[in-house]
Unconditional design. Structure first.
Length: 652
């Protein structure tokens, strides 16, 4: 690999050692083959001046929760160096005591918790210390001849056998380096874990890392592959797998179908059942991926997942101690022999992390196979990291899950008005939203949580394509918000144009039937599934001049009621909302509002609040009701109709 150091970029960082520390940390973070998602850590030793003007020798070490790729100066916690050195001399130190002693030694009370490797950084007698989990080096470690290979390539480096990270590792390095002359070593390899480099100069330490990793890369033969990117499981299989994995996890999971080159190469490997079932690339990945993926035989999905769950429980029972509480036993990724990989997670961000780790893991395993075979660390070592409270703390941010976390919500007509408000509200509450609309959404759409698919819902082929895309990306559906509709200009029945009538019924009613028809089999496998139909005040109280619209909405309402009757036995709830007087949509221009207000001899403001409660009702209020209907409050309610209109005499 090549050094990314650019002097002109380095010059843009402050010239203090901490400034350069930020720069080279980001360079390391920019290479996914060196560190992934919070992996790796760096430090710099420098003076710290406190408020009283006293100067302390400090170790500025990466704080937990920061990522090297995006770290800033504030991401480095200044810890009293002498305290860390004294801690390094202890015979024993519990994780709890280590964390609290490190916090107590912070020179900046608001700084994040120092990295769990802070003590190790402290005892390395150089200004700059860089640590990565470089794929190439770990691949060599995890190959059959790992130890010999590492010794042969790195005669000039310290090689430390695998030890649990944290204080145990610091102690091991302390003992092995007591009295040595550090200048004879150009770096340090931690078997099955990663690489440390060090120097008094930022660039030198960074480039030593690049040089060490390059040596490992040269040992890995190029794989010659002619893999055809073909073979896929059906949408029906994916929704079934999603349901089973969600049940195993005890919560709704999003499923992404990954079918890249390496996914196929891996899933088509002739010894898949051996190479896939040994363990992760580095132990810290286990909290994201579990020790192995589930191998799924699509003809026996239930049995495959059940076997994984049973195996996980056995692994837990074998290695646990009295203080451990079992995590959920569900897999985090699956390999479908010959057909690619499935990734599981609670949201798109989690899936992205699992996906990155899996792609590096499968690549490394395939590479290790060219070196004679993949040999991961023992399950006991993996277990110790999986159930290490300091690793679990990395997942802390995802605790206290949002209401719709892991759920997939389909909203039609979601680019504007009520549909847009629904899409945003569900996304805010943690859902993955799929937005269907004939027009593009506004720019401010939440890109990650709202996935827009341009789709004409009057074409059943377009619906089928959109649903296929939804299943490949997210694994299924839990909530369907039928919102898309059109509101033609007011016209009396005797002047009704056939094409206006037909088009209104086509979009507002027939398309909804077509959508339901295709969505229902997917929803049946959803998590607490439900349908929310956006109706209209015109259902209970039609208006003159709105025959096509009112008839279509009344039909839609009837469709929803029948769906409620038909789907109750499957646990799919169907509820209807009847909004009225929602003026913050595109239909209502300022001129139109003015014109309507004048017709009633009201001011625009009075007209906006022309309801029993004299309150302005907005799209967002309808969205709140849609979320409520899809949520726990309506868990025991189906076939209901609720007005969101501030109260209307004719409706009440
Ligand atoms: Zn590490």
């Amino acid at each position: 690999m090549r050094s990314l150091w650019l002097q002109k970029d380095a010059d843009t960082y402050s010239e203090t050692p901490l400034g350069l520390r930020v720069y080279t940390s980001r360079l390391l973070g920019a290479s996914s083959e060196l560190v992934l998602h919070g992996g790796g850590n760096t430090s710099v030793k420098d003076e710290f001046q406190d408020l009283l003007g006293d100067t302390h020798q400090a170790l500025f070490v990466k704080g937990s929760g920061w990522d090297l790729a995006t770290i800033e100066e504030a991401g480095f916690s200044p810890v009293k160096h002498e305290v860390l050195l004294a801690m390094a001399q202890l015979a024993e130190l519990s994780d709890k005591d280590m964390v609290s002693a490190q916090r107590a030694a912070l020179l900046e009370p608001s700084a994040p918790n120092p990295s769990v490797e802070a003590i190790l950084h402290a005892i390395i007698p150089y200004k700059f210390v860089d640590h990565t989990h470089a794929d190439a080096v770990v691949t060599l470690c995890n190959s059959v001849e790992g130890e010999q290979l590492i010794q042969a390539i790195y005669p000039d480096l310290l090689v430390i056998p695998y030890v649990m990270p944290g204080f145990e590792l610091a102690k091991e390095v302390r003992d092995r380096t007591a009295g040595i002359d550090w200048t004879q070593y150009g770096g340090m390899i931690l078997m099955n874990h990663g690489v440390f480099t060090f120097a008094d100069d930022a660039r030198e330490s960074y480039e030593a890392m690049i040089e060490i990793v390059t040596r490992a890369e040269k040992q890995i033969p190029k794989r010659k592959t002619t893999i055809e990117l073909v073979g896929r499981i059906s949408s029906d299989d994916i929704t079934k797998i999603r349901q089973l994995v969600s049940q195993a996890a005890g919560k709704s999971q999003i499923v992404k179908y990954s079918r890249g080159e390496v996914d196929y190469e891996f899933s088509k490997h002739r010894e898949l059942s051996r190479i896939s079932q040994q363990g992760p690339l580095t132990p810290d990945h286990v909290i994201r991926t579990k020790i192995t993926p589930v191998l799924i035989d699509v003809n026996e999905c239930e049995a495959s997942i059940e076997q994984f769950v049973v195996g996980y429980k056995e692994y837990f029972e074998l290695h646990k101690n009295a203080s451990h509480i079992m995590l959920d036993a569900a897999p985090k990724w699956a390999v479908i022999p010959n057909n690619g990989i499935l990734l599981f997670g609670s949201n798109a961000r989690d899936i992205g992390i699992v996906g990155d780790i899996v792609s590096h893991t499968t690549e490394a395993i395939l590479n290790a196979e060219t070196l004679g075979g993949w040999v991961a660390l023992s399950p006991k070592h993996i277990f110790d990291v999986e159930y290490w409270e300091l690793e679990q703390a990395k997942l802390g941010q995802t605790k206290g899950a949002k209401e719709f976390e892991g759920r997939v919500v389909l909203v039609t007509g979601a680019s504007r008005g009520i549909g847009r408000a629904c899409a945003h509200e569900f996304a805010t509450r943690g859902a993955q939203v799929v937005s269907l609309d004939v027009v593009e959404p506004d720019q401010d759409s939440n890109a990650r949580a709202i996935h827009h698919i341009t789709c004409d819902i009057t074409q059943s082929g377009s619906i089928a394509e959109a649903l296929d895309e939804t299943i490949n990306e997210y694994g299924g559906l839990d909530v369907f918000v039928n919102n898309a509709g059109i509101f033609p200009a007011s016209i009396a029945i005797e002047r009704m144009e056939q094409k206006v009538w037909d088009r209104t019924l086509e979009v507002n009613l027939t398309a909804a039937m077509s959508l339901m028809k295709q969505v229902i089999p997917i929803l049946r496998r959803g998590w607490h599934p439900s349908i929310v139909v956006i109706g209209s005040k015109n259902v209970p109280a039609p208006g003159p001049g709105a025959a096509a619209y009112s008839v279509a909405k009344a039909g839609l309402n009837q469709l929803g009621r029948i769906a409620a009757l038909e789907l109750a036995k499957d646990g799919v709830r169907v509820n209807m909302i009847h909004p009225n007087g929602i003026f913050d949509t595109e239909l209502w221009t300022e001129e139109l509002l003015k014109e309507r207000a004048e017709a009633y001899e009201l001011s625009v403001d009075e007209y906006r609040r022309r309801n029993l409660l004299s309150k302005e009702v907005r799209s967002h209020d309808v969205a709140l009701m849609a979320c409520t209907m899809a949520g726990e409050t309506f868990e025991n309610t189906t076939g209901s109709q609720v007005a969101v209109d501030g109260g209307t005499v004719g409706v009440i």
